[in-house]
Design a protein around this ligand. Structure first.
Ligand code: ADP
Ligand code: MG
Length: 305
């Protein structure tokens, strides 16, 4: 089976953990062992990942010296995908000696008129108290928004429309290479009038980008690996209920948090409705069981009437 496995930000860094190389490597190692189990079962794997904390940190580092100009977000996104992809590739290769691996930068077309550019919503970088976030927003021209009881910088998150390297990724997958790509949701680019492309300042949601990739690759399954064991209705309330197997239509009838479960559910619905194949959302450690349908929330297309 060809599986597109999307690693959540927490697979790389647990909430509240300082972003050090050592912490990242420990978490990546944990993720690699869950992914290695899928390869061990004979599945073909394409690995994608988020970059929220990492791209925000790179932005801070890039702006840290007054003498140097800060890099735009598309370039920082490419840097973050190199950094994280390198670690994933290395840790996976250390566990699986029978496969070849390739980490690829992935350019994704977005619409410059996407309404997301006027409404920044994607949190990146560290958590701040309100006063610090407000000061930084003034000093640096950031948009900020609450994230739990803290505040974070937010940037535009346009819809991914087309993955430019999909034929290269397919070529590698057909040759049994394990590909790590669409890091941080891919690098957002726009088509210019003269046929060229240019980067644009944004961070694409990695679940929506992974869903697009899975559709373009005609994958058999989209696996979204995070820190919660299932999709819940009434999440956080006293009568929350975990969903096992659901149809896209059933899920579409509920509301999910926009910054976290919402994009995963949308990504799952878009994949399953386009391909008829399942999307599964659950905990990283349960990856193998999720593929077997024994854990997580499995989303399927509506069976024909
Ligand atoms: P990732 O980095 O893996 O994309 P997110 O933080 O974006 O992780 O999404 C996973 C989080 O979504 C969980 O930690 C959980 O707290 C939150 N969440 C919000 N609504 C729900 C829900 N309805 N069911 C399960 N988890 C939810
Ligand atoms: Mg997320």
């Amino acid at each position: 089976m060809l599986i597109v496995a999307a690693l959540g930000g927490n697979a790389l860094l647990k909430r509240g953990e300082p972003l050090t190389a050592e912490n990242q490597r420990r978490n990546v190692r944990r993720a690699a062992s869950a992914l290695a189990a899928l390869i061990g079962e004979g599945h073909s794997l394409v690995v994608t990942h988020g970059n929220g904390p990492q791209v925000g940190l790179l932005a801070l580092q890039s702006a840290a010296t007054p003498e140097t100009e800060s890099f735009p977000l598309d370039i920082l996104g490419a840097e973050s995908a190199g950094m994280i992809g390198y670690m994933i590739e290395q840790e996976l290769a250390n566990l699986v000696s029978t496969k070849s691996f390739a980490t690829l930068l992935t350019l994704i077309k977005v619409d410059p008129r996407d309404s997301a550019f006027a409404h920044p919503s994607k949190p990146i970088g560290p958590l701040y108290d309100e006063a610090t976030a407000t000061r930084l927003a003034d000093e640096r021209g950031w948009a900020i928004a609450p994230d739990g009881d803290k505040w974070r910088r937010v940037v535009p998150s346009p819809r991914p429309l087309e993955i430019l390297e999909v034929s290269v990724i397919s070529y590698l997958v057909e040759r049994e290479v394990v590909v790590i790509c669409t890091g941080g949701g891919g690098i957002p680019v726009i088509a210019c009038g003269d046929g060229s492309i240019a980067g644009i300042e944004a961070v694409i949601d990695k679940d929506l980008a992974s869903s697009l990739l899975a559709r373009q690759l005609k994958a058999d399954m989209l696996l979204m690996l995070t820190d919660v064991d299932a999709v819940y209705v009434g999440y956080g309330t006293s009568d929350q209920r975990a969903l096992g197997e659901v149809t896209a239509a059933e899920l579409a009838g509920h509301n999910f948090a926009s910054g976290s479960m919402g994009p995963k559910v949308s990504a799952a619905i878009e994949f399953t409705e386009a391909t008829g194949k399942p999307a599964v959302i659950g905990r990283l450690e349960d990856a193998l069981y999720m593929v077997e349908g024994r854990r997580g929330t499995s989303i399927k297309a509506q069976p024909p009437a």
